[in-house]
Structure formats: structure tokens, C-alpha cells
Design a protein around this ligand. Structure first.
Ligand SMILES: Cc1cc2nc3c(=O)[nH]c(=O)nc-3n(C[C@H](O)[C@H](O)[C@H](O)COP(=O)(O)OP(=O)(O)OC[C@H]3O[C@@H](n4cnc5c(N)ncnc54)[C@H](O)[C@@H]3O)c2cc1C
Length: 467
């Protein structure tokens, strides 16, 4: 049992924990991370000219919280030139210049074509509504804007919105919807629509960027920069408000330790936070418990071909006809000069098939995925050099129909609390930018509290006690 005191403790070292720690790096802080590295679900490992990608990979546009962090630590993004709307359908890869061209080019019956086009038009209209809801209104707080976006099409499921189209068309939307790690029935319509919105937004460099060297570089560089401000293999078990601060108990190396801080930023998945944070309003705990997460069994693949491959100009393929839902060519951003030998691919599944996949051994997952990879690209036979299966539980976060995030947003507007929350669950579907953005805000609120306490410690204690 040890007892030490900090200005702020950050619980969790994923993108949100990293962003909070970086914002407060001038303070006496401690990051507690249960694994042996920083980065959370952003994860890649270097492999010669390439990197093996296992987690999040699409980075946001210039001016975003994430890009500002990358810039400040000397990391660069690279453009993805390849097609991001490709579809593997009926044994063929379609690479449309625009998603709108899909119903015209794909091989299907007239009934399927009309159904696909009509759902496509409805989604396009809904994406416009979502984009409007996302627009900041002058003078409103981020929490108000998030509340508005959270309510967008939140009362019905994505299934209610799509209806029951012909089976082949349904499979297409099912596969696309599983990027939220959930079935259409389980996510609200706003989640499904925002998935399409994020990919179609496509203006400027939005969602068309990788981190040079792989997304794992963020965690690697932060491990160096934050140094001994981070404690690894430290699993936090409880976070409790004490008279004038917050006490955090964690397990590490078989021992139990308690540290305390004036402020704590909880940057771990919502359902885990709900179980370990003691002193929060019950409606906030209920909200944390209601945030949903689905798994993403993922496989990174390193290849050793010596010549061009049919997917060289493609980055992402939606694969309704495979055991995985998405296929990514992570070497695509690197194919700018003469083609180097080898490459890096990644596949993952979401929703119900992902849950089934997780019941298998790593070897069985590998064999199932590889059989479909070979079916899509027989040229790869004999050229798979390495595979790594990564079981992401949680994989991604999404919201069910009827979900209400207001209690958390109201809590975030309070200026009398010392436990703050951040994470990708602040958006309809998890992504690194909302993780970094919510953490940035949480860190700012923590800093304000610290400054208030430093100005008038006695008065603050009296105010705190009276609430
Ligand atoms: C396969 C895959 C592909 C994705 N693709 C993209 C993409 O292209 N673009 C995008 O923006 N997003 C993508 N994402 C989502 C993105 O990775 C997440 O939104 C982001 O990592 C969330 O950050 P976070 O810090 O909130 O949570 P996490 O990344 O989950 O980090 C939480 C951290 O907290 C630690 N932790 C948990 N419990 C405790 C505890 N009790 N004590 C101490 N530490 C604890 C965990 O070990 C972890 O390091 C993808 C995710 C996956 C899995």
C-alpha cells in the first residue's frame, strides 16, 4: 500500500488518456495504464518498409484535436490515395469513383438496383441532416451541440430506417453497419447514418489519412515523452471522492496501491468506468452502463509478393460476401513511387459474426479469414509472411435506439466536480477525434479546478462541502 498525491491522475492510456495527459503535462500528473503500452485501440507495429496494423488507422483532418497533438510531437500524417468505397460482391471487386455510382455498376437484379438506389437516396438525405446537426451554433457549448447530435435519429434503430430490402441489398448495409461493431437492429439510426456521413464527408483530407509509420507511433512517442509520468500494468479498481481530493486504488505486480489527486480524468471505456467510479450521480452511472460496445476480431497480414497486386490502388473494401466485413490495404499510402516488394493488409468483422468468431481459437480465426482473403485475391497464395490476430473487446462503441446521453453532458457542464470523463463514447460511434476532443475538454475543466483551488483552497473546501 502506497500513498502519493498528484495534481491530476489520468486513468487509461488510449487516445483520450494520452490527450488528457498531454494537455496537463506541465502539472504533477500520473497516468495509470493497465497494459504495457500507450495507444489503446490505436495499435500498429513496424515491419520493415511497412507496419502491421491492428487497430484504428484513419486520422482526422487538419485543425482537429488529434492533428494538433500529432503536430506538437513531430508526427506526420500521409494521404491515402486509394479507393475507399470498393465492394467485394458476387466474386467481383467494384471500385466506383463515387458511392452514388454503385447501384448503377454492380451486378444485381432490377429490384435490388431500385432498392439500393432508394435506400441510398434516403441515407444521403439523412447524412445532410446529420451534417447540419453537427454544425456548431454560435455561442453554444460543446455539450449542447453534442446533445443535439445525440438526439439525431436516436429514437429508431438503423434497421427501422433501412427496412427490409431484398436479401443481397440487406447484406450490403449489414456489412457497412458492422463498422459500428453492431447489427443494424442494435444501433440507432443516427449511428448508421453517421457511419456513412463520416466516409462520404470526404472533403479536404478528412478520413483520408494514415499516420506515417502506423497509428502505433502515437503511443510509442508518447511513452518516451511522458516517461515516468506513466505507470504500466496498473489496473485501476476504484476511484473515490475524499474530503479534498480523489483517491485512486490500482493493482500492479500483485500489490494494491492507493494514490490521490486533486483531479482525476477517467479515460477508459464507459461500462468499465461505471463499475469503478464510486462518487457520481446515479443517472450518470446508468448512462455509462447503457453505452454499448461490440467486438472487432482483427487480423493484420504482412505479405511478401514481389510484383503488383490487384488491390494496389485500393485502400478499403466492404466485403458482405466474406467472413470479415472490411478489408484494408495499409500499404496503399506508401505506393507513391516505384512499387516495393511486400505489403500490409488488415481484415476485421463486427456485430453478430464477430461474437461468433471470438469463440474460435486464433488459429481458426486466421484460417477462416485467410480462406476468404485467398478467394478474393488468389494471387496472395504463397505470399502470406505473417498474420497476427487481435481480439478487440471492446472493439467499438455505439448507441442503441432510445439512448439518452444527456445526464453525462449535464455532468460535464458542472464546475464543482473533481472526477472528469473522456472517451470515444462521447460520439454516436467511437473514433479517435472524439476521444482526444472530450479528453482535451476534461483536462481543461480539471485545470480550471486546480487553478481555483490554488487561488482559494479554504473557500473551495467550504463550497464543496455544502453541495
Ligand atoms: C479495429 C479498429 C479499427 C478502428 N478504426 C478507427 C479509425 O480508422 N479511425 C478512428 O478514429 N477510430 C478507429 N477506431 C476506434 C478508435 O481506436 C477508438 O475510438 C479510440 O482508440 C478510443 O480511445 P479511448 O482512449 O477512448 O479508448 P481506448 O483506445 O480503448 O483506450 C483505453 C485505455 O484504457 C486502458 N484501461 C482500461 N481499463 C483500465 C483500468 N481499469 N485501469 C487502467 N487502464 C485501463 C486500456 O488498456 C486502454 O489502453 C478503431 C478501433 C478498432 C478496434
Amino acid at each position: 500500500m502506497t500513498n502519493t498525491s498528484y495534481d491530476a491522475i489520468v486513468v487509461g492510456g488510449g487516445p483520450s488518456g494520452i490527450a488528457a495527459a498531454w494537455e496537463l503535462r506541465d502539472r504533477n500528473i500520473l497516468v495509470l495504464e493497465k497494459s504495457g503500452r500507450l495507444g489503446g485501440r490505436l495499435y500498429s507495429v513496424g515491419r520493415g518498409d511497412y507496419w502491421l496494423n491492428l487497430g484504428g488507422h484513419l486520422f482526422p483532418a487538419a485543425g482537429s484535436h488529434m492533428r494538433n497533438i500529432l503536430h506538437s510531437i513531430g508526427l506526420d500524417v500521409i494521404r491515402i490515395p486509394g479507393n475507399k468505397f470498393a465492394i467485394y460482391w458476387g466474386g467481383k471487386i467494384y471500385t466506383p469513383g463515387a458511392v452514388a455510382a454503385l447501384p448503377l455498376t454492380m451486378k444485381m437484379t432490377m429490384r435490388e438496383r431500385i432498392s439500393l438506389a432508394s435506400i441510398g437516396i434516403r441515407i444521403l438525405k439523412a447524412v445532410k441532416g446529420w451534417q447540419k446537426a453537427m454544425q456548431p451554433v454560435y455561442g453554444e457549448t460543446n455539450q449542447k451541440r453534442r446533445a443535439r447530435v445525440a438526439r439525431y435519429m436516436a429514437d429508431i434503430s438503423f434497421r427501422d430506417f433501412i427496412g427490409y430490402p431484398p436479401r443481397r441489398v440487406e447484406q450490403l448495409f449489414q456489412s457497412a453497419g458492422r463498422r459500428a461493431a453492431a447489427e443494424m437492429e442494435d444501433q440507432h439510426a443516427g449511428v448508421g447514418v453517421s457511419l456513412f456521413g463520416a466516409v462520404w464527408a470526404g472533403k479536404g483530407d478528412s478520413m483520408a489519412l494514415n499516420l506515417d509509420g502506423g497509428s502505433g507511433r502515437l503511443g510509442e512517442v508518447m511513452m518516451e515523452l511522458l516517461g515516468d509520468q506513466v505507470r504500466y500494468d496498473a489496473t485501476v479498481k476504484s476511484i473515490e471522492k475524499t474530503g479534498d481530493g480523489v483517491s485512486v486504488t490500482y493493482e500492479s505486480n500483485g500489490g494494491t496501491h492507493t494514490v490521490s489527486a486533486s483531479q482525476v480524468i477517467v479515460a477508459i471505456p464507459a461500462y468499465q468506468a461505471a463499475e469503478i467510479v464510486r462518487d457520481i450521480p446515479e443517472d450518470v452511472r446508468t448512462t455509462l452502463r447503457q453505452v454499448q460496445y461490440g467486438p472487432f476480431p482483427t487480423m493484420g497480414i504482412i505479405t511478401d509478393e514481389t510484383g503488383p497486386m490487384p488491390y494496389d490502388d485500393i485502400y478499403a473494401i466492404t466485403t458482405p460476401d466474406a467472413s470479415f466485413d472490411m478489408f484494408f490495404n495499409h500499404a496503399n499510402p506508401l505506393r507513391t513511387g516505384p512499387r516495393k516488394p511486400g505489403g500490409s493488409l488488415m481484415v476485421y468483422s463486427g456485430g453478430a459474426p464477430a461474437r461468433e468468431m471470438l469463440k474460435l481459437t486464433d488459429e481458426a480465426i486466421r484460417d477462416t479469414y485467410l480462406a476468404d482473403v485467398y478467394r478474393m485475391f488468389p494471387q496472395l497464395k504463397g505470399h502470406i509472411k505473417e498474420t497476427v490476430v487481435q481480439r478487440w473487446v471492446p472493439g467499438n462503441t455505439y448507441r442503441p435506439a432510445g439512448f439518452d446521453f444527456d445526464p453525462m453532458l449535464t455532468y460535464c457542464e458542472r464546475n464543482d466536480v473533481d472526477i472528469h470523463f473522456a472517451g470515444d463514447y462521447f460520439a454516436e460511434i467511437g473514433n479517435m477525434e472524439i476521444a482526444a476532443g472530450s479528453a482535451h475538454e476534461a483536462a481543461r475543466r480539471a485545470r480550471l479546478r486546480l487553478m481555483e483551488q490554488e487561488k482559494s483552497p479554504v473557500q473551495l473546501k467550504v463550497v464543496g462541502a455544502s453541495r
